[in-house]
Design a protein around this ligand. Sequence first.
Ligand code: ADP
Ligand code: GN1
Ligand code: MG
Length: 356
Amino acid sequence: MELLELASRFALKANPVEIKPLGEGFINDTYLVYVEGSDSPEYILQRKNHIVFPDVPAMMDNIKKVTEHIKSKVTDPLRDTLTVIPAKDGKLYFKDGNGNFWAVCLFIKGSKSFDRADNPELAYQGGKGLGAFHKQVSDFSEPLVEVIKGFHNMRFRINQWEECVKRNAAGRAASIQEEISWVESRKDKILDFWKQVEDGTIPMRVTHNDTKISNFLFNEADGSLLCAIDLDTMMSSTLLNDLGDAFRSYTNTGAEDDQNLDNVSMSMDMFKAYVEGYMSEMKDSLSESEKKYLAFSGIVITYEQVLRFLMDYIDGDIYYKTKYPEHNLVRTRAQYKLLQSMEEQLPQMEAFVNSL
Ligand code: ADP
Ligand code: GN1
Ligand code: MG
């Protein structure tokens, strides 16, 4: 089916006239939609990956409920969160003849996004934005569907990892023994931490679960944070997962898939700025256990990302979009370099959090 025809299945304000690809997401395909009578994009059209998200209707229901909740709290409901545009039949998605699921939301004008934080002010705004988001959803009490089973559940991930290495689906395990040992040698430490989520010491809350910098929109005019986007993975989790994933993204001095490992390290300046921004919104709402593990959360999620990229390499590159044959291995090594940098700087990171 033509993209224009797909877009026309949704309740747009005018006929769609042009569609352009957008973004570098690893999971979905994202497009800008232009309509009659307007020179700028009015909507975002996305093919939601139904292999990764097995129940797209339930996922869209999550997004609709949470964004409606946020809209009731903000000053500009059309810019301060996503707006889901239903299909003409009222559903929150359209399923095409090939079994693909499509969804549309409003394009937020005057916004911009980043792939990397190159100054502390941006990191501060990002942290403040995540804090504001956590505050907005803190009293959302309806149950959310678990859109991806065990998504940031470390015990689930480590079990999945062990099965993956045993299966050795693409026959690559023998050539990456060193990389495998990076994951193996840290399993116990990560599970020791995770036990505190399992026994309730660290609370479950409504969280975003994909808080990399490109999943937030900033105001083009003044650089302030507008809102969290890419809400597909919203579900119940610990907010430490959101913080950890944000540290993994905002503090990296290199790219997530940097081939030059000398570029990659954890920037203490970005970490401090991000935490300051976050605390400006959430300081009084965190439990003692959340504060205690705040700095460590970066290690947890970066470890998980090493595991996930390497697992996908072992499986034969079936989950993440890749641009070249060894891409997942390059990603693994770059994330491992970041993990080591976080491990080295953990005492300073913890001291900073304690000083606030
Ligand atoms: P993906 O799943 O491919 O990562 P995202 O939802 O994160 O898709 O969107 C990719 C990029 O598209 C974002 O980083 C942002 O630049 C832009 N974008 C997405 N949604 C909107 C929106 N509603 N308004 C403006 N820009 C958007
Ligand atoms: C994926 O969809 P995108 O590109 O925002 C992934 C995240 C990873 C991230 C790594 C549903 O995010 O979990 O952290 O890539 N999303 C899913 O860049 O697996
Ligand atoms: Mg994204």
